[in-house]
Design a protein around this ligand. Structure first.
Ligand SMILES: NC(=O)C1=CN([C@@H]2O[C@H](COP(=O)(O)OP(=O)(O)OC[C@H]3O[C@@H](n4cnc5c(N)ncnc54)[C@H](O)[C@@H]3O)[C@@H](O)[C@H]2O)C=CC1
Ligand SMILES: O=C(O)CCC(=O)C(=O)O
Length: 380
């Protein structure tokens, strides 16, 4: 065996080690449509995997894989935290959402989802929207966040944003003794599907926003919105958002945003936003606690979308979704309280709660494996 062969075997082992906590990772390649995607299924103990599909011009396949692995693990915890009978999964499409989308690409993606036989349900995430999945729906039933016109619950970013606003209320109660959103300053990063709706909700309550986005149109739209509300808005460049004096930092764009560099810059009392995987590592959760910054665990505060899409599979019912989404307020308060009582970080408190649920319910599921068929054949 020569050195080159040895190196590639080592790399293979590293790859398998990376995926060792995941049940299945599927690489999807369809040269005809240009689809290059990765579907990661982290854990199906609580039910079939569920998680949105992100489209991003990743710099490398490794970067895309890393994102899929991290995001799908987060979904296992989010499902446990939200008490839904699903497991964690996520898909990433490698491509530029502004240039590389086509009906054929999403149909090809739908075929790969269908090939998993009901082990994975998916819908929108960063860089994708409901219209994209109308094409995927032609190939598979395993699509969630389906438009209302097609019999689904509609845009899942609506309950996601609502849940974030409930989470911010719980944060304000903990910091200031009352829920109200108005009268405070928020630094909002990202005015996309979720961030824009969160910003609107805050402005309507009379908040002052400091916002940033790389999309000029979104910045203009939020300024116009602010004029019709009691709130106000000022705009900063992307890199300036971390240094703003604000009560709450509201990250609604990408993951890994809480890291050594940004923690050193932050001048906020709390962080409460929709982005998935906000902490670069668990250690960054500890650094926030040391700095006295309260952190709303991402997979709890942003679980409104999951609550809606999981619920949609049992038939659309907006009242039920609203009732479950409101519970995010209590869940965030509970995690803050538990972290305080046990002198641990809020993320550690959230993880502990979810791991306990996965362990206790996982035991039931493995005992009843052969009799849980209906759960695996939802909307079939
Ligand atoms: N859509 C949903 O219901 C859910 C979304 N999330 C998470 O929330 C986050 C946002 O999701 P969506 O709103 O759906 O995505 P989106 O793609 O609609 O919006 C993202 C926004 O961030 C902006 N952005 C990108 N890079 C930026 C930068 N460097 N500085 C400032 N802004 C930047 C984009 O221009 C865009 O407006 C993501 O992390 C997503 O995973 C989590 C749960 C559910
Ligand atoms: O919001 C969705 O469409 C699915 C849930 C999800 O992917 C998420 O919460 O990150």
């Amino acid at each position: 065996m020569n050195l080159v062969e040895k190196k590639s075997i080592t790399e293979e082992f590293t790859l398998f080690e990376k995926m060792s906590k995941h049940e299945q990772v599927v690489f999807c390649n369809d040269p005809a449509s240009g689809l290059k995607a990765i579907i990661a299924i982290h854990n199906t103990t609580l039910g079939p995997a569920l998680g949105g599909c992100r489209m991003q011009p990743y710099n490398s396949v490794e970067e895309a894989l890393e994102d899929a692995l991290r995001l799908s693990k987060g979904m296992s915890y989010k499902c446990a935290a939200s008490d839904v009978d699903f497991g964690g999964g996520k898909a990433v499409i490698i491509g530029d959402p502004l240039k590389d989308k086509s009906p054929e690409l999403f149909r090809a993606f739908g075929q790969f989802v269908e090939s998993l036989g009901g082990r994975f349900y998916t819908g929108t995430d960063m860089g994708t929207n409901m219209e994209d999945f109308i094409h995927a729906m032609k190939e598979t039933n395993c699509i969630v966040g389906v438009p209302e016109a097609y019999g689904g619950g509609g845009d899942s970013s609506v309950p996601t944003a609502m849940g974030v606003l409930y989470g911010i209320k719980a944060t304000n109660r903990t910091l200031f003794g009352r829920d109200s959103l108005g009268g405070h300053t928020y630094a909002v990063q990202g005015l996309g599907k979720v961030g824009f709706k969160v910003a609107e909700g805050l402005l309507e309550e009379g908040a002052h926003l400091i916002v940033t986005d790389i999309n000029e149109q979104s910045l203009q739209a939020i300024q116009e919105k602010a004029e019709a509300t009691p709130g106000s808005v000022s705009i900063v460049a992307s890199h300036e958002i971390y240094t703003q004096e604000a009560d709450v930092f509201v990250p609604c764009a990408f993951g890994g945003v809480i890291n050594d560099e940004t923690i050193a810059q932050l001048k906020v009392k709390a962080i409460a936003g929709s982005a998935n995987n906000q902490l670069l590592t668990e250690e960054h959760g500890r650094q926030l606690t040391e700095k006295g910054i309260l952190y709303a665990p991402d997979y709890i505060i942003n679980s409104g979308g999951l609550i809606q899409v999981a619920d949609e599979l049992y038939g659309v019912n907006k009242e039920r979704v609203l009732a479950k989404t409101k519970h995010i307020y209590d869940a965030i308060l509970e995690v803050y309280q538990q972290a305080r009582l046990d002198s641990i970080t809020t993320m550690e408190a959230a993880n502990r709660m979810c791991e306990q649920r996965m362990a206790s319910r996982g035991k039931r599921n493995s005992f009843f494996t052969s009799s849980i068929k209906p759960k695996w054949a939802i909307r079939k």
